[in-house]
Design a protein around this ligand. Structure first.
Ligand SMILES: Cc1cc2nc3c(=O)[nH]c(=O)nc-3n(C[C@H](O)[C@H](O)[C@H](O)COP(=O)(O)OP(=O)(O)OC[C@H]3O[C@@H](n4cnc5c(N)ncnc54)[C@H](O)[C@@H]3O)c2cc1C
Length: 389
């Protein structure tokens, strides 16, 4: 007979974990383990760095009744005894585990000097550190943003709009964008007086600048490194099967291929080894699917297979402009792109809707719906670490 109120442990209170906790809150006793006492809106970390948004939200507004928040860090999952070991020394037990630990900055860079002198922006503490550093840096000093992915474009634009002297160093501007969208991005960067150094490969970062492969040396007071996302090592170090990046390998119901009691969602999940792009836009529906998989198991039913649809990619280019590239549900781009203030409005609306979705699911579990009808895997031409957003 199935347990009427199973113990569920959710590791990671980001978009996927928080949404899933809300969805499951009426059917299970839930403990959400997260290292911080507040929710972090990673989608606004470039704004936190620029000083125009706090990028946090009170969990009280986002967690359903009956979800207990445990401020701690999981250090090991022991699936044979269904135990999670925590940084504090505590251990908690589960009937079902949701693995939703998200992503981080790329694991240690091989470029000399990056770890010592460059500022990452993938996590809350990184963005705060960068904001504090910028507050103590002369406003005329050059700030270099390395990486032409969406996070690099958003960070460069946000800082430039605030009057900073910004240089963007990258191999290509917006590798995942269409030519149309890229053109609009370039125009905006030029209007913001961002100096773009393209087809560049950084070979060394120092305290006052960086060196490129062709021998060019660029002075830089602050260097921001946005070279893609990695994922926490927890799944791999706990003995679970992972993909090459370290995401937990699951089947199409998001269940770990090693353990039916463990389900993964968000940036740290790799369904069939063919992961969706790392994005809030993927994490939310994956949170729903993971929660529904657990609900089906509790009810003794067969869980449904993953069916997630996309609608586009939004990039803010400062507060007053942006680009929104519309996609088909299978995540392939169309040739329609919104630009300027309309795009800035749509992008911000998308971020607000994501937060509204978390609040709604906490209040009325099971009500949030997402696009279906096309799960398309990553663009094989883009390196895994850069396939974000
Ligand atoms: C600057 C920036 C801008 C972005 N903009 C966009 C955007 O516009 N649109 C978009 O779709 N995506 C965007 N993203 C990407 C998006 O934020 C992530 O893809 C999304 O947050 C992933 O959600 P998640 O729930 O998988 O993980 P996360 O939101 O990363 O949450 C994971 C949580 O797990 C916690 N955790 C980690 N390890 C442990 C552990 N061992 N024990 C317990 N808890 C742990 C983390 O601290 C975190 O709180 C952006 C990212 C950045 C950095």
């Amino acid at each position: 007979m199935s347990n009427p109120r199973p113990r569920l442990v959710v590791l990671g209170g980001g978009f996927a974990g928080t949404l899933a906790a809300g969805r499951l809150s009426r059917r299970a006793a839930i403990t959400l383990v997260n290292p911080r006492p507040h929710f972090v809106q990673r989608t606004r970390l470039h704004q936190l760095a620029a000083g125009n948004h706090e990028a946090t939200e009170n969990y009280r507004k986002l967690l359903g009744k009956g979800v207990e928040l445990l401020v701690d860090t999981a250090t090991r999952i022991e699936s044979d005894t269904r135990t999670v070991r925590l940084g504090s020394g505590r251990a908690i037990q589960y009937d079902y585990l949701l693995y939703a630990v998200g992503s981080t900055a790329t694991r240690r860079s091989t470029v000399p000097g990056v770890e010592e002198f460059a500022y990452p922006i993938a996590e809350y503490e990184h963005a705060r550190h960068l904001r504090n550093t910028l507050a103590n840096t002369d406003r005329d000093a050059v700030v270099t943003v390395v990486g032409g992915g969406l996070t690099g474009l958003e960070t460069a634009s946000e800082l430039a709009e605030q009057g900073r002297r910004v240089r963007l160093v990258c191999r290509v501007v917006g590798p995942t964008l269409t030519e149309n969208t890229r053109r609009a991005v370039r125009e905006r960067l030029s209007a913001l007086r961002v100096e773009v150094v393209e087809r560049a490969r950084v070979t060394r970062v120092g305290p006052d600048g960086l060196a490129l492969e062709d021998g060019t040396v660029l002075p830089s007071a602050v260097t921001v490194w946005t070279g893609g996302f990695g994922v926490p090592e927890l799944a791999r170090s706990s003995g679970f099967s992972t993909d090459s990046v370290g995401r937990m390998l699951t089947d199409e119901t998001l269940t770990s291929i090693d353990d039916e009691r463990v389900v993964a969602a968000g940036d740290c999940a790799s369904p069939s080894g063919d992961p969706l792009r790392m994005a809030c836009q993927s994490a939310l529906p994956l949170g729903v699917v993971a929660a529904d998989t657990i609900l089906s198991r509790i009810a003794g039913e067969e869980p449904a297979k993953l069916d997630v649809g996309f609608n586009g990619v939004g990039v803010s280019l400062g507060r007053r402009s942006g680009v929104v590239q519309l996609h088909r549900r299978d995540d392939t781009p169309t040739d329609r792109t919104f630009t300027g203030r309309t795009a800035a409005f749509l992008k911000d609306l998308g971020l607000k809707s994501a937060m509204a979705g978390l609040r709604t699911e906490a209040l009325w579990p099971g009500t949030v719906r997402f696009f279906r009808g096309g799960r398309h895997p990553v663009d094989a031409t883009v390196p895994a670490e850069e396939n974000v957003r």
